[in-house]
Write a protein that binds this ligand. Structure first.
Ligand code: FES
Length: 180
């Protein structure tokens, strides 16, 4: 009995030209990856960046508030950066003094449903025109449907200026929760 016939399979020998082609392809792919990394990082920056970065706003010279006897209204310019988008808007705040005599800045946004709270000299207190929530000069609540006191904003003093970090807080909740 004769042994089974073995088929010969031709295996192409790597040539110098195919080796160079393979090396060139590898280099091109490597260069493509290296170049795409900064591009991908650039495109993904808005997703990775902290959303809604709020810059500090100037509320005026600290000396202007030295003899404060009641809350004063100020319009501050607020710059917000959200990814690629930058918005600048004016917001109303009240500069007041806490019970311990420290300068405080109150947001004019009512913690009930967001109407603009106003200072009433005649009542020596704040009042919301929408559903009549009322607050003391330091922002603590005296009546109406608002679930908490007026919101205090973060402050710092830089070169004699009172700086404010404007933020939005969740409405209709008893605790102060930042949402923007
Ligand atoms: S929005 Fe201010 S009391 Fe309702």
């Amino acid at each position: 009995m004769s042994p089974p016939e073995l088929k010969r399979v031709a295996v192409a020998e790597p040539t110098r030209r195919s080796y160079l082609g393979w090396l060139l392809g590898l280099c091109t792919a490597g260069a493509g990856v290296a170049l795409s990394v900064p591009l991908i990082r650039f495109l993904l920056y808005p997703l990775r960046a902290r959303t809604t970065e709020v810059k500090w706003s100037d509320a005026g010279a600290v000396s202007d508030f030295a003899s404060l006897t009641g809350p004063v209204q100020r319009s501050i310019t607020v710059e917000q950066v959200d990814g690629w988008r930058k918005t600048v808007s004016d917001k109303i705040v009240y500069i007041t003094k806490s019970s311990s005599g420290e300068l405080e800045v109150l947001s004019a946004v009512c913690p009930h449903l967001g109407c603009s709270v106003q200072w009433r000299d005649s009542k020596h207190g704040f009042e919301c025109p929408c559903h009549a929530a009322s607050f003391r000069p330091d922002g603590s609540i005296t009546g109406g449907p608002a679930p908490r006191a007026m919101d205090t904003l973060q402050t710092q003093i830089q070169n004699g200026r009172l700086m404010v970090r404007y933020q939005y807080f969740r409405q209709l909740v008893a605790t102060k929760e930042v949402f923007g």
